[in-house]
Design a protein around this ligand. Sequence first.
Ligand SMILES: [Ca+2]
Ligand SMILES: [Ca+2]
Length: 214
Amino acid sequence: MKHLILSMAAAFAVSFSSAPAATIETRTAPAGDGALTDSTGDGIVDRAMSLKADGEDREVHSGKIWRQNRKAVFEFELPELAAPVGKATLQLWLNGNNGCHPDKEGASGPDTDLYFYLAPEADGKIELTDDNGTKLGRALEAKPVRTAGKPLPAVRIDVTEAVREAAKAKSRWIGFRLEAAPDAPAGSAWRWRTSEFAAISGRRYNPLLTIEIE
Ligand SMILES: [Ca+2]
Ligand SMILES: [Ca+2]
């Protein structure tokens, strides 16, 4: 029991000793992953959604589809990052057979960029003001992610620079937003699993941020 308590405490602790680097894991909660939608095509998001009702796919989309521009948003609570961040990785899972709409073999979502933002907009809730922040880079290209006969792989993105910015700003939350590149054509979207999906289908699918402390 004592060992268990120590392990749990270590999940959010930072070591100041010269011991090997610590690794911190933080996951989204249902209120903190969701989608922003521009439904009128004016470039301004007008809908924020964090929870899917029972019977739906428990996924959020990034792409220009059904005359909407949909953006997927994931907010993570951070521990106090007093020691230097060595490396940070965002791990997400796509949904469906091919991870995209339309879900056809050989199909893909659009070229997709990743943005990050900090508190106060990053706060564990999905709001219109989360359409904000700094572009980190290209997260996915417009090409199929599925290898025939194999399950969809996890999508892992290096977000070290973003988490270092959060540590410098002492932000206790960080948000990541995936959206179609500005020049991407309409007609496809990526389908991202949320914490609601993980609650039903397995914790391994929960959006995950892993931070290695030096
Ligand atoms: Ca959610
Ligand atoms: Ca927010």
